[in-house]
Design a protein around this ligand. Structure first.
Ligand code: ASP
Ligand code: MG
Length: 422
């Protein structure tokens, strides 16, 4: 059995959906499980809905309409204005969202609310693709991933309950997936109370890896708008080159530092089960792309990873005494409780510095917790992070950062990291 994952860019419009159908059709469809994420930038648009809902701005319905208009256009282009195929399913999802948004959500847990709304992007995308395939006489079974990816209730960053997930996938999904084309969602799961959870932004790759590793798939293929894993994002850097082969370890390092091509948690379950991962272009599906496996060769070119929208937190004691071990323990506890990941950290005598992504409702509660511990926190915005990974460890600062102002720098042997003012 094979697992395919199609990201938002591959289904951003009607032509994208048609292209996905063509790719699926070129394979033996009877034992492929296809994971699909929300179309185009839908997840970002739904984040706006969450924002308006949580803050009760009165604009949630307007933000929803943007999401509906976008999907309606794709529906019309795929099925024509008066073709009823599949429209009823989608309209029901719209209705569910509208009813949900109509209730006041002020004071409710932001992360819980987020997960209840955001997963609709994947629901709509999979319904549209599944119905389009049916309209093209490509038999398939649409499946709700929440019945199979069982997680804890740590919203917006849920952790998989492996034992339960394995049991239900093996007992219930595997028999279906062995004989059918299955269309399902990435990114979403089910928490302890049956509520929707999410695995963290861009988590659909991870979903594909979970399905694949539990079902013992022969391979996982992530279809992207780039040729495969590149040594840099071709949209940001000239001269980016394709890396044809990559070991699991190199892939983990790259994903950890933020190479957006693979979600960081994706590799581990594949490595544990020896399942190769292919990253291929949905624009040129015949090309080889990148293979990630145990027996691949290691990277020989430097890889550049750029992350914008970074925040620097400078944490110190109020009386500027040393930051000692017990402070560090408290700081890490606060980071973990607030689900904030440090992209880079450094400590000196009186400061602990950490670089984090700028996400809504993430750093504010963290800063509050740290202040409640009696610590002083300075927040610096407008930063970007450049990480260069090179297993042979040769770096050239001038060609990497030029004359930009470096706020923080860290050399870790096989990688170097610069925090730069934007
Ligand atoms: N749609 C989700 C996101 O954009 C999950 C994914 O794309 O993997 O974060
Ligand atoms: Mg997405």
């Amino acid at each position: 059995m094979k697992i395919f994952k199609f990201g938002g860019a591959s289904v951003k419009d009607a032509q994208g959906v048609q292209n996905v159908a063509r790719i699926i059709q070129s394979y033996n469809q009877n034992d492929i499980l296809v994971v699909i994420s929300a179309m185009g930038k839908t997840t970002n648009a739904l984040e706006q809905v969450v924002h308006h809902c949580f803050h009760n701005t009165g604009m949630a319905n307007q933000a929803l309409q943007t999401v509906f208009d976008y999907h309606n256009e794709i529906l019309n282009n795929l099925f024509g204005e008066d073709n009823l195929v599949g429209v009823s399913d989608i309209k029901n999802l719209y209705l569910e969202l509208e009813c949900f948004v109509d209730n006041p959500h002020l004071q409710e847990d932001y992360d819980f609310l987020y997960d209840q709304i955001i997963g609709y992007g994947e629901m709509m995308a999979t319904k549209i693709v599944s119905n389009y395939l049916l309209s093209q006489k490509i038999a398939n079974q649409w499946i709700d991933a929440r019945n199979f990816i069982l997680t804890d209730s740590r919203h917006r960053d849920a952790r998989v309950q492996w034992k339960e997930t394995e049991t239900v996938i093996k007992n219930r999904l595997l028999p279906i997936a062995k004989k059918n084309l299955v269309i399902t969602q990435g990114f979403i799961g089910k928490g302890f109370s049956g509520e929707t959870t999410t695995l963290g932004r861009e988590g659909s790759d991870y979903s594909a890896a979970i399905f694949g590793s539990v079902m013992g798939a022969e391979s996982i293929t992530i279809w992207k708008d780039v040729a495969g894993v590149m040594n840099a994002d071709p949209k940001k850097f000239n001269n980016a080159v394709l890396i044809p082969e990559l070991t699991y370890n190199d892939a983990i390092e790259l994903a950890y530092y933020g190479a957006s091509v693979i979600h960081p948690k994706t590799i581990q379950p594949l490595q544990a089960n020896g399942i190769p991962l292919y990253v291929k272009s949905f624009i040129n599906p015949e090309d080889n792309g990148t293979k990630v496996s145990a027996d691949s060769s290691t990277i020989s070119v430097p890889c550049k990873i750029h992350k914008d929208q970074q925040l620097l937190l400078e944490i110190s004691t109020r009386d500027f005494t040393f930051i000692a071990e017990d402070h560090l323990k408290q700081i890490f506890q606060a980071l973990s409780e607030n689900k904030v990941r440090c992209n880079l950290m450094q400590n000196s005598a009186i400061y602990f510095r950490c670089v984090i992504d700028n996400k809504e409702n993430r750093h504010e509660p963290l800063i509050k917790s740290l202040e409640n511990l009696g610590l002083l926190v300075q927040l610096h915005t407008g930063m970007e992070l450049l990480s260069i990974y090179h297993p042979q460890g040769s770096f050239d600062r001038l060609s990497d950062v030029g004359s930009k102002e470096i706020v923080l720098q860290q050399n870790m042997g096989n990688s170097i990291h610069y925090l730069i003012r934007s």
